[in-house]
Design a protein around this ligand. Structure first.
Ligand code: 3H9
Length: 717
């Protein structure tokens, strides 16, 4: 068992116990017991005066083993597990010798709970301490909701448990969560403090700290304030339960509060929300390891970048690089466009500073890393170029031919195209193995998704480097094949098709938006278009019409094109699917839309219904997503259902607590999804074609997530 920890008794009487469970020292079964065994050994060893508990490598401990939660099938099993963990931490607290946690890197979840059961906490400047359980649909389950309020002010305890964001070393020191920051010599400092505690013969046992009445009252007020804000938020069950547990901390003695925490943790760990969020946690990490890309594929070192095109996307992409400390050349043919781009970038950074998201120094540094240019002269220095020019194949071909000549052979040439053929650009460049798609989502400096499009000739090194640089600039990456609309926009087209058709059938813009927000989308489809611009979609449809293509199979509603004809482009023209008062972003329903929808329905011979049930709206759009997602998988434009979940959650805000469109389909049952597709086919027409993969899985009782659900093959065109 004790390969999972190490112990060294030093000459000064300090035992250094090290948690050793790579890569992140998760407190899996065996590790927890091993720690207690070491503590007991040290406590029994006469040579030992004091103990330091540290993590091997760059992490203290990333918390409980998240994978193991799937095996908890009952409340009793959950409560039993938490009880053992509580006992174990009490055993550490009561060891009889002072224990100092020496924290390098992350002390998260159960890792922080372990550290709080130590008698003192010393951290390195890079430490991050947090209770992120809520992001997994959980609450701290090993006493975190009881020990944290005994150490930090109520607003900090509430924020940490409800928002899940970690504190950095300085904030943790200011809050009283840690006792010392060791700029260097973490173990030496921790050992010295441990010896001092032993010499003083008095150290603090966190669970014995009494919360004074004034602080308890403040805690209850902070909790009520939060509850009011959470009330309307779907998917906030874990946050509510965290507040319940904190309330117990401010009103009950430790043991009763801890018992309450165990009950509430059990509610959460068995919930559908938590299962979905845990799925997404692993799916996000798996997405960065596409099948077919050998582990350990070498990556290129990206020290500088260039972006071609200083429009909205180019600006956002340049900011991603600069904000991550990578110098970037921003290129455009128009000097005027470049000057405007710099103004926009400065304004964006100013606004981030004003909102407290970054410091002035960080903004100044990022801005200093962006250089504008109208030529490719300096491109032979850069390691990657991201092209974000106007969406026109001939123009992009010319750019790629020029980039092929202007850059070094090993330079990566990435296109931010959302609709064009990456292989055609690869061919134009003259060195197709270096070409890849990097499809960002607008605004590129905010949205976390990056679709990495693997072309026919994209080399493994370019793919691996794309994933590495994507992660470095803060993106969640997923590899997709070179198909029209890739994955995110292809699926969005089916979601929007149903929204338009429901409108023609008699639902209102307001009803559809409300229902999908209640379902958990951050914004309804029509309000979203009013933000993004109705003109953008209309121009793409016009372009496709010339090529004889449509974005999705099935009837193409004319309603959005009528709005475009009327100059109703959305918020920017104060009218789109809604009306907007000058200077306001509040949508006001506009009866004119219903008239346009009724006329469109009449032209298509559709009898409008007086009322469309809310449930049908959710069923229609989610079935369209799941069926198209299954087609994407069988055509191998994505390699795994989890990749699609990651893409749609991070690209278009599918509620994370539902796990993504494919996970949601499994939650309601693939047989139900297939039955709906068949029902809609009978009601609406043959464009509702069930995906073969869906039919096969339903026939065999299989799962989209089984390792053999989709024949293994790299996602290539
Ligand atoms: C909890 O603690 C409940 C308790 O209250 C008590 C209950 C009784 N478990 O993210 P990375 C894997 S709930 C299992 O790429 P980074 C991860 O999947 C937990 N595995 O590295 C990946 O595996 P692979 C609360 C875990 O450097 C590898 O480690 N804790 C866990 O970018 C590397 O991860 C959290 O929510 C885990 N706990 O970031 C913290 N953590 O290589 C979750 C990581 O096979 N973890 N893995 O893909 C994190 O936030 C980040 O991993 C961390 C490192 C910041 C630590």
């Amino acid at each position: 068992m004790n390969e999972l920890t190490g112990m060294e008794v030093r000459g000064d009487g300090v035992a250094i116990i090290t948690i050793d469970n790579p890569p992140v020292n998760a407190l899996a079964a065996g590790v927890r017991e091993a720690i207690l065994e070491r503590v007991r050994d040290a406590a029994a060893d006469e040579r030992v005066l004091a103990i330091v508990l540290a993590g091997q490598g760059s992490t203290f401990a990333a918390g409980a083993d998240i994978k193991a939660f799937d095996a908890i099938g009952t409340r009793e099993a959950s409560i039993d597990r938490s009880t053992r963990m509580h006992r174990l931490l009490a055993g550490i607290e009561d060891s009889g010798k002072p224990i100092v946690a020496a924290i390098r890197g992350a002390a998260l979840g159960g890792g922080l709970e372990l550290a709080m059961a130590c008698h003192c906490r010393v951290v390195s400047p890079d430490a991050k301490l947090g209770q992120p359980e809520v992001t997994l649909g959980l609450i701290p389950g090993a006493g975190g909701t009881q020990r944290l309020p005994r150490l930090v002010p109520p607003d900090v305890a509430v924020t940490m448990c409800v928002e899940g964001k970690p504190l950095d070393a300085r904030a943790a020191l200011a809050a009283g969560l840690v006792d010392r920051i060791a700029d260097d010599g973490l173990l030496d400092t921790a050992s010295r403090i441990a010896r001092e505690l032993a010499a003083s013969d008095s150290w603090r046992v966190t669970r014995a700290i009494e919360i004074d009445p004034a602080r308890a009252a403040e805690g209850l007020r902070a909790i009520e304030g939060r509850r009011a804000r959470l009330q309307a938020r779907p998917g906030a069950m874990a946050a509510q339960r965290a507040l319940d547990a904190l309330q117990a901390a401010y009103t009950e003695p430790f043991d009763r509060g801890a018992a309450r925490e165990r009950e509430l943790f059990a509610d959460c760990v068995l919930s559908a929300e938590s299962r979905a969020l845990r799925h997404l946690f692993f799916a996000e990490r798996a997405a960065a390891r596409p099948p077919g890309l050998p582990a350990g594929t070498p990556t290129l070192d990206i020290k500088s970048a260039a972006v071609v095109g200083a429009g909205t996307m180019g600006i956002g992409i340049a900011m991603c690089y600069a904000s991550s400390g990578i110098p970037v050349l921003l290129n455009d043919v128009s000097r005027d466009a470049l000057r405007k781009a710099l103004d926009t970038i400065s304004a964006n950074y100013r606004s981030s500073v004003a909102k407290g998201r970054i410091t002035q120094a960080q903004a100044d540094l990022a801005l200093s890393l962006i250089e504008i240019t109208t030529s490719y002269d300096a491109f032979h220095h850069v390691d990657i170029v991201v092209e974000a020019a106007f969406e026109d194949l001939d123009l992009k071909r010319q750019i790629f031919a020029a980039l092929g000549a202007a850059t070094r052979p090993e330079c990566i040439l990435a296109s931010n195209t959302s609709t064009l053929d990456v292989d055609a650009l690869a061919e134009a460049s003259g060195r197709p193995s270096q070409v890849v798609g990097h499809h960002f989502f607008s605004p590129a400096n905010v949205m976390r998704l990056l679709e990495v499009v693997r072309g026919r000739a994209t080399s493994d090194t370019v793919l691996a480097t794309s994933l590495a640089i994507g992660r470095r600039i803060g993106k969640v990456c997923a590899v997709v094949g070179n198909g029209f609309g890739f994955v995110a926009n292809r699926m969005l087209a089916y979601y929007m098709r149903e929204a338009y058709l429901l409108l023609e059938e008699g639902a209102s813009v307001g009803q559809i938006d409300r229902v999908l927000v209640e379902f958990g989308m951050p914004v309804g489809p029509f309000a979203m278009q009013d933000i993004a611009g109705i003109d953008v979609g209309a121009r793409i449809r016009q372009h496709l019409a010339k090529l004889g293509k449509t974005r999705a199979d099935g009837p193409q509603s004319e309603v959005p094109d009528r709005l475009f004809d009327l100059g109703r482009y959305g918020q920017k023209t104060q009218a789109g699917w809604y009306r907007y008062e000058k200077g306001s972003r509040t949508p006001i329903p506009d009866p004119l839309i219903d008239g346009i929808a009724a006329a469109a329905a009449a032209r298509r011979g559709i009898t409008r219904r007086n009322a469309i049930p809310d449930a049908e709206i959710v069923a229609r759009v989610t079935t369209a997503l799941a069926n198209e997602g299954a087609r994407v998988l069988e055509e191998r434009f994505a390699s795994r259902a989890g990749d699609i979940d990651v893409i749609y959650c991070h690209g278009f805000g599918f509620p994370h607590y539902r796990g993504g469109p494919m996970f949601y389909a499994e939650t309601i049952g693939l047989d139900t999804v297939l039955a709906r597709v068949r029902e809609y086919r009978a009601r609406f027409g043959d464009y509702w074609r069930p995906a073969g993969l869906l039919e096969r899985l339903v026939a065999s009782g299989g799962s989209l997530y089984a390792p053999d659900a989709v024949p293994a093959a790299p996602a290539v065109s």
